[in-house]
Ligand binder design. Structure first.
Ligand code: ADP
Length: 267
């Protein structure tokens, strides 16, 4: 099971640069027992935001990267054979409910349909998790919060969040941070100097205007962080841009050439 667990306890709060009032919204949603959906492109800070808020609220965090094979049993748990005996093992969602933590379902739209059936009673005022295999009916404690993310850009006719599911969540639309904020993020994450951090963000602005034409999606903040790390680590700028931005964004020679031309106008 591909779950990432951050236990409760004193831990450093991961750096997160807010864009607006999203931290207050998250904290209030948590206090009121409401589920939250984060919508936005990949690599724009959604996961970092959840990690930051979980640490600030001192809650355990169970992150699950959803994929098209992920089933309700992966989230809830299953009987496993241990030394000749079958033992029930909680999945990450059940653990989050029992321990009163945050369960973060990254790219929830990828998961199998049976997952939504499990989420519905957890996302309305019942806040309950039914475990049919063990006959348990758990009431989620006040600490529990369900957070999910999805990328509207990837949406296809086959994979859309159904209104009956999405209308159970508060939603926040995420996008890449505004230029000054993204520059700050780059400097913090990579220790790159300000002029070169600003240049990377300018380049990103140009590339994002191109997206939709030849590129499926604009360059993510994550890729800018990679580029900044290579440059701050001593790699020549051209090589860093090639490995962190141009190659990851496209396999097409013409598109790559266009990206190189854009980079040359900035650096
Ligand atoms: P997502 O979950 O949206 O795909 P992440 O949260 O993993 O993206 O963000 C990718 C990287 O970009 C993070 O590891 C972090 O370095 C950086 N990042 C993006 N936005 C922010 C932000 N607002 N504050 C701090 N770091 C950010």
């Amino acid at each position: 099971m591909n779950a990432h667990i951050h236990p409760k306890g004193t831990r450093a709060v991961p750096y997160y640069q807010p864009s607006a009032d999203e931290c207050d919204l998250f904290a209030t949603a948590h206090a009121r027992g409401l589920p939250l959906l984060l919508k936005g492109p990949t690599g724009c800070g959604k996961t970092r935001f959840v990690e930051h808020m979980a640490a600030r609220l001192n809650l355990p965090l169970f992150t699950v990267a959803c994929h098209d094979d992920l089933s309700a049993a992966d989230l809830i748990g299953r009987h496993l054979l241990q030394g000749g005996e079958t033992v029930w093992t909680d999945g990450p969602l059940t653990r989050a409910v029992r321990e009163g933590g945050i369960c973060y379902l990254d790219e929830v739209v990828e998961a199998r349909k049976d997952v939504t059936v499990v989420l519905h009673p957890l996302t309305d005022d019942r806040r309950r998790l039914f475990i049919d295999r063990t006959g348990e009916d758990l009431a989620a404690p006040p600490g529990f919060m369900l957070v999910a993310s999805y990328n509207p850009g990837y949406q296809s006719i086959l994979k859309k969040l159904k209104p009956s599911t999405r209308q159970r969540f508060l939603s926040i639309g995420f996008d890449f941070p505004a230029p000054e904020l993204e520059t700050r993020v780059l400097q913090h994450e990579t220790k790159l100097d300000e002029p070169r951090a600003k240049a990377l963000v300018r380049l990103a602005g140009h590339i994002r205007k191109l997206s939709g034409m030849d590129l499926e999606e604009g360059v993510s903040t994550r890729l800018l962080v990679y580029a900044g790390s290579l440059i701050a680590g001593g790699m020549p700028v051209d090589r860093a841009l090639e490995a962190a931005i141009i190659e990851p964004l496209s396999d097409d020679a013409d598109t790559q050439a266009a990206l190189r031309d854009l980079a040359a106008t900035v650096f």
